[in-house]
Design a protein around this ligand. Structure first.
Ligand SMILES: [Zn+2]
Length: 546
């Protein structure tokens, strides 16, 4: 389908850069400077910015830094207040007075918040309590198109449902990622009449329990709609939380299957659903505060009078976790790789576009988004209240974590296979001498875990280029990445002191630039593949609006 477009696109790029050949990996196109990337990362990840927590002064400094760079590059302001689009949030925390009590044949057991389970605050009721029987409902997934339903033969009405993280391994990666989403599971449970939700972690979790506990002390956020109401809440659900492994084992005591049998069945693909011989009282006391934190948006106008109203949207989240519990004596979660590096790349990709002798045919929008670490909130808000019409957004290219760990020779293009973006990425990769590999960690469902998903959910084809797991330096890339996940990811140790291969980062940013440039200059806008899961699920929302 996309093959006939290949030649014209390459020709256009060649024309745009003065007839450069493919002799150099990137022709005569602007190159991304490793030194500039370093400068941005050093500032954004400095202790001065205190980890850029959503709603903090450190984040605001980062936002001003981005806006100043956008202005220097001559980008049009594309926020609602200059370059800024302020996003209002409710920040909620479950506090003292919250608790979970299990009552079964063997008696009554009180579970301690932030030790035995991580409570989820209630966004609409400061004091919420529910007592109900427990139902184990597998992954909590209902996928009619696959003939799969964890609720088949059981009744969730008036019950607290106990669900596993993730989705069946038998699903293809896209469906697995989609159905693993908390939001979907919560909505499904509420639709079945559930009044509470407890999550049990499967065995393939790479995010350690103690880190989850540490992070959950910070509370949760939701953005507020134009009436000031928190969105993405389910008032019918009176309480929710995630169980520790030992609490989960207690929940399955005396049940038709033990926790370990359940986890075996889950790993094999299809857990059985059944009522648990327990009742639970889940009490949640929540405190609220209101925050505001801006997205930052700048636009480069396209040069083609017929195509310039269409927009390629680049996103990178500017926020990180801020100040938190100290680890090894450090309490600043600087987020150097996650995602000062991607924000730096966003700025340098914008510079590359701005320095083209002729602007690309379509317009290119650069959005540094807030609230990603709080649940993709800034991008969700932007996609809900976009400053360019949603139906004119032809694609989203998301940058979350540059390849800084080793010289890479492979990239994964998460999500590209769902649309014609896969051939775009393939062309760019060839040009740069990089191979494109499938998602190396499908069980991590990265595709729904960063900001591109906010656009995908509204029908916009998206790609999240992600560092590959092969290096040309003899490094065991996968081992190094896993080590990074274990020792630095979402820890204060993701700071500027870690070794960073900025040349690899610059090459990664160059690839991001070329992907957007191809999309911006192509004759046709990207389309979902015929019958694709996301295109079918979400794409029709935009059909007819073109
Ligand atoms: Zn993160």
């Amino acid at each position: 389908m996309s093959a006939p477009r290949r030649l014209p696109v390459l020709l256009l790029i060649s024309l745009a850069c003065g007839g450069g050949t493919d002799k150099h990996p990137s022709g005569d196109l602007p190159e991304v400077s490793a030194a500039r990337l370093k400068e941005h990362i050093s500032y954004l990840a400095s202790d001065r910015l205190a980890g850029r927590g959503t709603g903090t002064p450190g984040y605001d400094s980062a936002a001003h830094y981005v806006a100043e760079r956008f202005a220097e590059l001559g980008l049009d302001s594309a926020g609602t207040s200059g370059y800024f689009q302020p996003v209002p949030f409710r920040h909620a925390r479950a506090v003292d007075g919250s608790g979970l009590v299990l009552v079964g044949r063997s008696g009554r057991r009180a579970l301690i918040p932030y030790r035995d389970y991580v409570p989820v605050p209630n966004f609409v009721a400061p004091r919420a309590e529910v007592t109900a029987p427990l139902l184990f409902a597998g992954f909590g997934v209902t996928a009619p198109e696959r003939g799969y339903d964890d609720y088949q033969g059981v009744d969730a009405k008036g019950k607290i449902v106990v669900l596993l993280t993730g989705a069946p391994s038998s699903f293809p990666p896209a469906g697995r990622a989609h159905y693993a989403s908390n939001r979907l599971k919560r909505e499904n449970a509420v639709g079945r009449g559930a009044v509470g939700l407890l999550v049990v972690r499967t065995r393939d979790q790479t995010f350690p329990w103690d880190r989850l506990v540490r992070q959950s002390h910070r509370g949760n956020m939701r953005w507020l709609d134009r009436n000031g109401a928190p969105t993405d809440v389910s008032p019918a659900l009176k309480g929710a939380g995630t169980l520790s492994d030992s609490a989960a084992a207690q929940v399955f005591e005396g049940a038709p299957q033990s926790l370990s049998q359940v986890l075996d069945a889950a790993a094999a693909g299809k857990p059985r659903s059944f009522d648990l011989p327990l009742r639970a009282t889940l009490r949640t006391v929540s405190t609220y505060d209101r925050l505001e934190s801006p997205n930052v948006a700048g636009l480069l106008r396209g040069s083609d009078p017929h195509l310039r109203d269409e927009v390629v949207v680049y996103t990178a989240h500017l926020d990180h976790l801020g100040i938190g519990e100290p680890v090894k004596g450090d309490s600043i979660y600087n987020g150097a790789l996650d995602n000062a590096s991607g924000s730096a790349a966003l700025l340098e990709v914008a510079r590359a576009f701005a320095s083209l002798p002729t602007a690309p045919r379509r317009s290119v929008l650069f959005v540094a988004v807030t609230g990603e670490e709080e649940g993709l909130l800034g991008s969700d808000y932007y996609a809900e209240y976009p400053t360019v019409p949603l139906e004119r957004m032809v694609a989203n290219v998301n940058i979350d974590g540059l390849a800084l760990l080793y010289p890479f020779r492979e990239m994964s293009a998460l999500g590209a296979e769902h649309s014609t973006l896969d051939s775009t990425v393939a062309r760019v990769a060839r040009r740069m001498g990089v191979t494109v590999a499938p998602d190396p960690f499908p069980q991590e469902v990265f595709f729904i875990r960063s900001d591109q998903y906010s656009f995908v959910r509204r029908g916009v084809p998206a790609v999240f280029p992600f560092m590959g797991m092969r290096s040309d330096s003899g490094v065991d890339a996968a081992a190094r990445f896993k080590d990074w996940l274990a020792t630095r990811y979402h820890l204060p140790q993701d700071d500027s002191d870690q070794p960073m291969d900025l040349e690899a980062g610059a090459r990664n940013a160059q690839l991001e630039f070329l992907v957007g440039l191809e999309i911006a200059n192509a004759d046709e806008r990207p389309t979902w593949k015929q019958g694709d899961f996301f295109g079918t699920t979400f794409g029709q929302q935009r059909a007819g609006s073109r």
